[in-house]
Design a protein around this ligand. Structure first.
Ligand code: GLA
Length: 384
């Protein structure tokens, strides 16, 4: 579904469900991370782009304290009472109720609204479909409640909901990207200060998303385990997070930690440096350096941080052997899901054809490969 089709779908379903036209249309993008993996939860640097795949929500204010949201994709309606929000372990509903709960916890006055949602971000693929749902919910809540939508503040609320309601100890990257993305750009995010610096995607290259068509269920527990290992390594080095550590400190602490912790910390320390080098390369339009750093990042995630999978390694190997490809790596939490590649403009079709054939031969799977146009963060169109 294209963006316009998504907007039409939620508008039409809104008429059918609520016998009324919506008052506003919200569009929240997913994200793909160019480089900087498992660095956000260590207060480090990341460099994601918001993608032109969205969660769309048609919205109308209500006069009571109820929130009623119908999902076209799941053909299911969520009915919530803002005065009595409860967890019910129902996956997509938890992102909505968690955000509404988090707003209340942070002192925002939330009012009721009706909504219809539909999306074209593949679910569970590591492209942050859940962060998009969170930011769409928060944008709609700001509209109905009449409070200002501050992108950084709202991303923090969505993360609070993930950490304390949904129960995933994620960092801020996905939520902040869906909130604050900038068309044609990646955002260098300093996850310690939340400072954002827009870095243009160089002319002459396309960002391509490669979905391995594999998913891994236990990604949350593996994610939380990696987080614990990073905290533990930081503690041994006597710093509050790995952001404060450098290679010399790590070398000095090597005999006080086992190889596993050493490798985890080494990945994070070197990955932070790679993000900063990539951002500098982007500013001078140096796509070749970007690509090289992306390859190094993948190798580090494979050997030191151990969050890739055979499918991710296969699709990255198939990508980097194409002459049109400057670099490729897994993206997001890993263990399955998507990779991202930097490909010379004009050669995208050949790249897609050859990687599809190569990956199909290695795995028997058909990858989902698409060109991504870096997009703006969440928007609201007032239809009144
Ligand atoms: C997931 C989390 C992010 C980030 C990445 C790994 O997408 O939600 O906060 O930690 O994994 O870089």
């Amino acid at each position: 579904m294209t963006r316009t089709q998504l907007e039409n779908t939620v508008t039409e379903h809104f008429y059918d469900r609520f016998n009324h036209a919506p008052q506003a249309l919200v569009l929240a993008p997913g994200r793909v991370n160019l480089i900087g993996e498992y660095t956000d939860l260590n207060n480090g640097f990341v460099l994601p782009v918001a993608i032109d795949r969205y969660l769309a929500m048609a919205v109308k204010k209500r006069t009571d304290s109820r929130v009623v949201i119908h999902s076209v994709d799941f053909d299911e309606t969520v009915r919530l009472d803002l005065d009595r929000l409860e967890k019910n372990n129902h996956s997509f509903q938890e992102y909505i109720s968690g955000c509404l709960w988090a707003l209340g916890q942070k002192g925002f006055s939330v009012k009721g609204f009706d909504g219809v949602i539909a999306g074209n971000i593949p679910i569970g693929a590591g492209l942050s479909s859940s962060a998009a749902l969170e930011l769409a919910t928060l944008r709609a809540a700001a509209y109905s409640g009449g409070f200002a939508f501050d992108a950084t503040k709202m991303a923090g609320i969505a993360r609070f909901a993930e950490n304390h309601w949904v129960g995933v100890s994620c960092g801020i990257m996905d939520q902040l990207m869906s909130a604050a993305g900038k068309k044609g750009h990646a955002l260098l995010i300093d996850c310690s200060t939340l400072e954002l610096t827009a870095c243009p995607v160089p002319d002459g290259v396309s960002v391509i998303i490669l979905d391995t068509d594999t998913r891994r269920g236990l990604v949350d527990s593996a994610y939380n385990e990696r987080r614990e290992q990073c905290l533990c390594a930081a503690e041994i080095m006597g710093v509050s997070s790995l952001r404060q550590a450098d290679e010399a400190m790590l070398a000095g602490s090597k005999n006080r930690m086992d190889d596993l912790l050493y490798n985890r910390a080494r990945h994070v320390i070197l990955e932070n440096a790679r993000v900063l080098s990539t951002a500098r390369a982007m500013r001078r339009g140096d796509a070749a350096t970007m690509g090289r750093l992306m390859k190094e990042s993948h190798d580090s995630l494979d050997h030191l941080f151990e969050v890739t999978s055979p499918a991710l390694n296969d699709i990255v190997a198939c990508s980097v052997q194409q002459s049109a490809c400057l670099g490729a790596r897994m993206t997001g939490a890993g263990f399955g899901g998507c990779a991202v590649a930097l490909v010379k403009k004009g050669l995208e079709d050949d790249f897609i054809r050859d990687v599809t054939a190569c990956y199909g031969e290695k795995t028997g799977l058909t990858p989902g490969i698409y060109i991504c146009n870096p997009s703006d963060g969440v928007t609201l169109k007032d239809l009144k």
